[in-house]
Design a protein around this ligand. Structure first.
Ligand code: SOE
Length: 379
């Protein structure tokens, strides 16, 4: 695994826990953790359960005992690591957003195509599609329980930088992150809505805003926070909020909002789907529940009801606890590791593939182009 911050910790727990709760055709071995600083990487390897630590990720590409490279670094390193790993015959799991540009995403998708012809697989880490409630949402739509879909309404609301004194972290640096709320959290709702609908976005109209253009420099580079250095400031080079309208290929009308300034909303990924026969609504801050409205019910008793998504019949849930005992944020990463291992062992393309990741990257780029030109943009 390359990287050992927030996502490195989430992926490490997933690799460790997956074989303990799911029957897997192959057992993940947490062999080598790669990081920039030798002392911090060694400490992280001990804490997260990795057998070795190195500071040069390229050093593992020639090792016969390493079969998978899990990329948990900022977006500016995804393309270089993924292409080199795939060309070296290593399966790849890459955190989202897949890349910082469409050009990088194209190179990654092309490397994945080359690799797939040799039985080497690649997946993008859009973990929310592995929350059981969103798997249930996809099933309900696919089974026609909502009828013809007219609307999808998606928000991803956070507030961790609403304080202008919050320091510059790599997620606020375009060179490292590629974009701000748009790529970091907007990418999640693009993937999740396309996953639920089984459809893709074909054109967008968007706008981007940076509310706080200057911030204190962080004394130590960090993902979500960091200790502010005294005195010096630097420019925020990414969006703080992104809003866009979308048309899906199948005719669904979408509205999307991704912001880090929704004061009081901590990790509110919210999706509502409205169809001719019913609706569904999800809020990650109540992640074990899917709200469902059955429009075919007697209107005297019809209304949104709360499906508690903790039954063995629901996606992934049967491997965990007895009915009624909920799951958390980290379980989606375990489900991601399970599906990755199964796809690699069975010789099938994992989903979301690098082609799926490229399509999301094209949506993000179209939103940026639309915001710049104030016109609708084709994806
Ligand atoms: C942003 O705050 C963030 O950490 C995203 O980068 C992750 O992808 C998401 O899972 C949680 O929020």
């Amino acid at each position: 695994m390359v990287g050992h911050a927030f996502m490195g910790a989430a992926h490490s727990q997933a690799w460790r826990v997956a074989p303990r709760f799911f029957d897997l055709p192959a057992r993940p071995v947490m062999a080598v953790l790669c990081g920039r600083d030798p002392d911090r990487t060694r400490a992280a390897a001990e804490r997260l359960g990795w057998a070795e630590s190195v500071t040069d990720w390229k050093s593992v590409l020639d090792r016969d005992d390493v079969h998978v490279v899990d990329i948990c670094t900022p977006g500016d390193t995804h393309a270089e690591i993924a292409v080199a790993a795939l060309d070296a015959g290593k399966h790849v799991l890459c955190e989202k957003p897949m890349a910082n540009s469409v050009a990088e995403a194209v190179a990654m998708a092309e490397a994945a195509d080359r690799a797939a012809r040799r039985g080497v697989r690649a997946m993008v880490g859009f973990s929310y599609r592995r929350v059981p409630a969103l798997g249930l949402a996809r099933d309900l739509v696919a089974r026609g329980r909502l009828g013809r879909i007219h609307h999808v309404r998606a928000q991803y609301l956070q507030d961790w930088i609403v304080d202008p004194a919050a320091p510059l972290s790599w997620r606020l640096d375009k060179e490292k992150a590629g974009s701000g709320a748009l790529g970091d959290i907007g990418a999640h709702i693009v993937d999740a809505t396309q996953f639920i609908l089984g459809d893709t976005i074909s054109e967008v109209m968007g706008t981007l805003v940076t509310f706080v253009p200057e911030r204190p420099l962080a004394s130590a580079h960090s993902g979500l926070s960091g200790t502010a250095a005294t005195g010096r400031t630097g420019p925020v080079t990414v969006d703080d909020a992104a809003l866009f309208l979308a048309r899906f290929t199948g005719g669904v009308l979408g509205s999307f909002e991704a912001t880090r300034f929704a004061n009081g909303r901590k990790n509110a990924l919210r999706i509502e789907v409205n169809g001719s026969a019913g609706s569904l609504a999800f809020d990650f801050e109540d992640m074990n529940v899917l709200q469902f409205f059955d429009g075919t019910e007697d209107s005297a008793v019809a209304g949104f009801r709360r499906i508690v998504v903790t039954e063995p019949a629901h996606p992934y849930v049967g491997a965990w606890w007895p009915a009624g005992h909920g799951l958390g944020y980290e379980h989606a990463f375990t489900h991601q590791a399970v599906d990755f291992v199964r796809a690699v062992a069975e010789g099938t393309d994992p989903a979301p593939s690098f082609a799926d990741g490229l399509q999301v990257q094209r949506v993000l780029a179209a939103v940026e182009d639309s915001a710049a030109s104030r016109t609708w943009q084709q994806v």
